[in-house]
Design a protein around this ligand. Sequence first.
Ligand code: 5GP
Length: 120
Amino acid sequence: ATQSYDDQNVFAKILRGEIPSRRIFEDEFALAFHDINPQAPHHVLVIPKGAYVSWDDFSARASEAEIAGFVRAVGKVAREAGFVAPGYRLLANTGLDAHQEVPHLHVHIFAGKPLGPMLA
Ligand code: 5GP
């Protein structure tokens, strides 16, 4: 079921420039900025520009162009930041059990140290 989108969520405000963020990339489809509470030496969030609550909402409703543009942007951010050779981890928490806190889709990029095995 599609959740309704809350346009007062913190990432909507960041997209509109109503609250500041340390932006590192922006194009037609995506915005990337540093996480305010980094969990790794490099911790970047990439969000689609469209109003999507979660990975589930985005994958169900977004256009092919939005999906392609967003996936390309995530890859480009990691590549341009130099994360590819040492390696990086992507994470998209979805829903309550995953502890998604902000109801606008965001992909976390973690890098900058050996990250260890995936936690379950
Ligand atoms: P989630 O738990 O929803 O997957 O992750 C939300 C992330 O957003 C957290 O890592 C948190 O530190 C980050 N975050 C929350 N509020 C802000 C903010 O105002 N600015 C930035 N840059 N990051 C935020």
